[in-house]
Design a protein around this ligand. Structure first.
Ligand SMILES: NC(=O)c1ccc[n+]([C@@H]2O[C@H](COP(=O)([O-])OP(=O)(O)OC[C@H]3O[C@@H](n4cnc5c(N)ncnc54)[C@H](OP(=O)(O)O)[C@@H]3O)[C@@H](O)[C@H]2O)c1
Length: 267
């Protein structure tokens, strides 16, 4: 049996739906299982008693990354430990592109990758690039202009649906992808200027200090400002623009264009 964790989230729901479309009847591991009917399975990584993976051969572990490193690491450790105890054979983990090593949330991903490599499980690591949807949200215009600290940096943003499609492809044939790590950045690097031009608004770059001050007044959890600032900082410094990727090789069709997706998310 296949099981997808985080099945109610944006990425997990797309992966689950893709596997359903293939007729694979994947279980949906989630904190809200009722919405999946007979496929739903209650799963909260913060509740070790509830991590029942019996009967699961292939586990798609969607990172549960919203939290401090110690919390996220503990979550991922619990679910991998449960996979070992319940006889899971293969784990497909949604990680972060190598270019994201400067991002504040990279550490928990790299910890999880190491935990999998050191386990007796077979695994596939999907090093996801940053979503085009996220880029659009972070660069959304306010008061008629994009005001963000991306500088002239570019981001190899990728459609979330493409990442889900790759996960489906891999989860459907895990043995073909045993102990492989795939880089999944987008094929085109977008700048804030590209997005501004497409939206017909000016791009007015701001400094990191101005952005940090703006975030201080926003309704965010304590870990979030550092996470967001690292995305701006790493993009502006040119670390997230590399487009070399396994994405096109793993998709059955060309990757989706990121710009229209970012435009929709920014509107
Ligand atoms: N590449 C990127 O640009 C990017 C951007 C944002 C986040 N991410 C990472 O990718 C993951 C999926 O992204 P997304 O867009 O689907 O995010 P999302 O829609 O916000 O979903 C959050 C996910 O975290 C899961 N989760 C939260 N707390 C959990 C817990 N205690 N136990 C088990 N699962 C828990 C949720 O599962 P249920 O609600 O189903 O229980 C859900 O799948 C995120 O969790 C994050 O680690 C990547």
């Amino acid at each position: 049996m296949l099981l997808v964790t985080g099945a109610s989230g944006h990425l997990g729901s797309l992966i689950h739906a893709g596997l359903v479309d293939r007729g694979l009847s994947p279980a949906a591991g989630t904190r809200t299982p009722d919405r999946f009917g007979r496929l739903g399975r209650a799963m909260d990584f913060d509740d070790p008693a509830g991590l029942d993976l019996s009967g699961v051969r292939t586990l798609v572990l969607v990172s549960a990354g919203y939290g401090e490193d110690d919390l996220v690491i503990a979550r991922h450790d619990r679910v991998i430990t449960a996979a070992e105890q319940h006889g899971v054979e293969h784990v497909v983990y949604t990680s972060l592109t190598a270019a994201g090593d400067h991002l504040a949330f990279a550490l928990a991903h790299r910890w999880t990758e190491r935990r999998l490599r050191d386990s007796r499980l077979s695994w596939t690591i999907l090093r996801n690039g940053l979503y085009a949807e996220l880029f659009g949200q972070l660069a959304a215009p306010g008061a008629g202009a994009i005001r963000a600290p991306f500088g002239t940096g570019a981001l190899a943003a990728v459609a979330r649906q493409d990442l889900a499609d790759v996960a489906v492809q891999v989860a459907a044939q895990p043995h073909a992808h045993r102990n492989r790590t795939y880089e999944l950045a987008g094929p085109v690097a977008l700048t804030a200027t590209d997005l501004a031009d497409a939206l017909g608004v000016p791009y007015q770059p701001v400094s990191l200090a101005e952005q940090r001050a703006a975030l201080a007044g926003a309704d965010l959890l304590p870990f979030q400002p550092a996470m967001l600032m690292s995305i701006f900082s790493a993009t502006a410094a040119g670390f997230l623009g590399a487009t070399g990727s396994d994405l096109a090789d793993l998709l059955p069709r060309p990757p989706r264009a990121a710009l229209p997706i970012a435009m929709a998310a920014a509107s």
